[in-house]
Design a protein around this ligand. Structure first.
Ligand code: HEC
Length: 134
C-alpha cells in the first residue's frame, strides 16, 4: 500500500503544474488540422452519414447515455476542438499519453475505440455533426 501511494505521488508530481491547457488539447505529436467547426448543413448531413457508415453508432449514442463508448451529446462542449480531433485520429496514442483519454479508457473497458478517422474529408464533417447534436 505504501508503495502504491508513493507511485501515485510521483505521478502527480511528474504531471507538472501549469501544463493543464496542453494536456486538455492532447499530445501535439498527433495532428489537429481544424481550427474551427463548420456549421454548414451539407457538412452536418455528410457527418451524420459517416457516423453510420463508419460504425460510430455501434459504440456511441448521440444522447448522453453510455454505450460501449461515452454518449457523445455535449462532447464539443466538454472537450477542446484539438482534443476531439486527436482522439478521432489516433486513440491509441491518446490513451497512452493523455490523462483524459486514459480515464475514459478505464471507464469503457469493453472495447478499444476504432476511430482511425481520415483527416482531410471525414474530420470536418464528423465535427460538424458532433457539434450539431450538442
Ligand atoms: C469499437 C467501438 C468504437 C467505435 C466504432 C467508435 N468509438 Fe469513439 N470511443 C470508443 C471508446 C471506448 C471511447 C472512450 C475512449 C477510450 O476508451 O480510449 C471513445 C471515445 C470517443 C470520443 C471522446 C468522447 C468523450 O466523451 O470525450 C469521441 C468524440 C468519439 N469516440 C467519436 C467517435 C466517432 C466519431 C466514431 C466513428 C468515426 C467513433 N467514435 C467510433 C469506442 C468506439
Amino acid at each position: 500500500m505504501r508503495i502504491f501511494i508513493t507511485i501515485m505521488g510521483l505521478a502527480a508530481c511528474s504531471s507538472g503544474a501549469g501544463k493543464t491547457d496542453a494536456r486538455a488539447d492532447g499530445p501535439s505529436s498527433i495532428p489537429a488540422p481544424l481550427s474551427a467547426v463548420s456549421l454548414a448543413s451539407e457538412d452536418i448531413e455528410h457527418g451524420k452519414a459517416l457516423f453510420l457508415s463508419q460504425n460510430c453508432i455501434i459504440c456511441h449514442n448521440t444522447t448522453g447515455a453510455k454505450k460501449i463508448g461515452p454518449g457523445l451529446k455535449g462532447v464539443t462542449q466538454r472537450r477542446s476542438l484539438k482534443w476531439i480531433q486527436r482522439i478521432l485520429i489516433d486513440p491509441e496514442t491518446m490513451e497512452r499519453d493523455d490523462a483524459i483519454a486514459k480515464e475514459l479508457a478505464l471507464a469503457h473497458p469493453e472495447r478499444r475505440p476504432e476511430h482511425g478517422v481520415e483527416q482531410t474529408w471525414m474530420l470536418p464533417a464528423l465535427l460538424a455533426y458532433l457539434k450539431s447534436i450538442d
